[in-house]
Write a protein that binds this ligand. Structure first.
Ligand code: GDP
Ligand code: GDP
Length: 453
């Protein structure tokens, strides 16, 4: 089904997924002027005054990378509500609800010198309903008197109010400890055995030249044959020295010990290909440049993208390609393959032509696969994007991206917090712009959206 493939462009969209869980979101909530921004700056350890000394100065909602005691989290500043605006109370509530919804932990900031106001009480209701862990910061407790003021905030019924002075830094360590205590558990590392040689799967349909290329790559340079503890059939990897580095080629036994291509074996061959891709970080998909692209080729490419692995397209048997075939191939690629982000190399396993370029492409792909965009930079980019190209209005509503994070690399996963359903075409647009801005060559990108209806 080539048609289905054409729809596919390398972006995997999920409404919500595990991407959200890796880097927890801590939302800083509270009415204007209680000191949220000052506190955020204090936590981030920034000295420069981002804070305007004016009540209710409008700021954009912004997200930052923070860490405490080795745990990374995303800190979201929800500042910038204008108390003069119509329906102020409703707006504060709506904003707080949004932030709380997106958050794993809420840092609720109050002004201890003022005490709990009606607006604070309204926020408390939202926090209670959410069931999210809440840490109460009684800010502006600059001295001992402030501590007494803080104690009064026990009345909110949200647990111990922690006396802090965002301005002077007093109590902020204890505050972060309290946040740390309620952060969701860090999930176990997904990739076992990282740190060794980079893992490459050399895949492609039968007869494209996998075995020939492997021989060419390994040549006399083969350093070790490494048996991986397996179950019934031992998959055997090969360590190969290329470009001054050792690479692990996955399941080369499956390539060398050639499975007969009788019908029935194809199913097992494809299982084996998928297993190799799963264990790899980057897959080199080998294609026979002298033959038209086939469904099987496209299926293998799709498998790599869906598995979230780095991708390199290698066109083998280039020694057989004449001008006519070359033009035809370009047309086939244009029409059928929507992974323009994948590095492409033309090689000949037979003559050894351009085989060295393959290594560079693998490195490009690995780099893209591991790229992480700092949250501040990502949100500056998203802010510009939303301002210049807002989502189209649908049914009288205009969904908006509020902020985003990249909780994961390998492959890069983005999480966008939005006010409504984001259309597929707009998500593709976001992906294109992400690639234009930040690269990610050779890697699929996953974009998840957390919608608040
Ligand atoms: P936001 O609107 O909640 O983000 O509040 P800001 O961070 O903009 O702070 C509002 C005002 O309170 C500013 O004038 C800050 O300098 C001041 N402020 C913030 N934290 C403290 C604090 O711990 N003690 C004192 N005395 N003033 C503070
Ligand atoms: P595999 O099934 O993917 O492992 O493919 P093989 O490595 O066994 O190669 C299949 C056939 O293609 C063999 O006859 C090879 O000699 C031939 N072949 C492999 N690479 C090239 C190449 O770069 N150029 C040409 N002309 N033939 C090649």
């Amino acid at each position: 089904d080539l048609d289905g493939f054409e729809e596919f462009d390398g972006t995997a969209f999920e409404a919500e997924d595990e991407a959200a869980e890796n880097v927890p979101v801590v939302a800083v909530v509270g009415r204007p002027n209680v000191g949220k921004s000052t506190l955020v700056n204090r936590i981030l350890g920034r000295r420069e005054a981002v804070v305007e000394d004016l009540p209710g100065v409008t700021r954009d909602r912004v997200a930052y990378d923070a860490d405490w005691r080795g745990r990374r989290f995303t800190l979201v500043d929800t500042g910038g509500w204008d108390p003069e605006a119509k329906g102020f109370m409703a707006r504060v509530s709506a904003q707080a609800e949004l932030a709380v919804d997106a958050a794993d932990v809420v840092l609720f900031v109050l002004d201890a010198t003022v005490g709990a106001t009606d607006v604070d009480e309204a926020v408390v209701k939202i926090l209670r309903r959410s069931g999210k862990p809440v840490v109460v910061a009684a800010n502006k407790a600059d001295d001992h008197r402030g501590e007494a003021d803080a104690t009064a905030l026990w009345s909110l019924g949200l647990g111990e109010p922690l006396a802090v002075s965002a301005m002077h830094g007093r109590g902020t360590g204890d505050l972060l400890d309290a946040v740390f205590e309620v952060l969701p558990e860090a999930p176990a590392e997904r990739e076992p055995g990282t740190g060794g040689p980079r893992r490459i799967a050399l895949v492609g349909k039968p007869n494209v030249g996998k075995s020939s290329l492997l021989n060419r790559l390994a040549g006399q340079e083969r350093v070790v044959v490494d048996s991986v503890a397996g179950t019934t059939v031992d998959p055997v990897d090969e360590l190969v020295e290329l470009g001054g580095k050792t690479w692990r080629f996955i399941d080369t036994a499956g390539i060398r010990r050639r499975v007969r291509e009788a019908s029935g074996h194809e199913y097992y061959a494809s299982l084996r290909t998928s297993a190799a891709i799963d264990r790899a970080e980057v897959a080199v998909v080998l294609l026979d440049a002298s033959q038209p692209l086939s469904e099987q080729d496209l299926r293998i490419i799709t498998t790599v993208v869906e598995a979230g692995r780095g991708l390199v397209l290698a066109f083998n048997k280039w020694d057989l390609v004449d001008e006519d075939r070359r033009l035809r191939l370009e047309k086939e690629l244009d029409r059928q393959v929507r992974v323009q982000w994948a590095p492409r190399v033309n090689v000949s396993a037979r003559t050894g032509w351009h085989v060295d370029r393959l290594v560079r492409a693998m490195e490009t792909s690995l780099a893209g696969w591991q790229t992480r965009i700092p949250t501040g930079q990502l949100n500056a980019f998203l802010g510009r994007l939303v301002a210049s190209h807002p989502h189209p209005v649908r049914g009288g509503k205009q969904p908006r991206i509020l902020f985003g994070t990249q909780p994961q690399t390998s492959p890069p996963k983005f999480l966008l917090f939005t006010t409504g359903f984001i259309e597929a075409s707009y998500r593709r647009f976001v992906e294109r712009r992400l690639r234009e801005e930040f690269g990610f060559a050779g890697s699929p990108i996953m974009i998840s959206v957390k919608v608040r209806e």
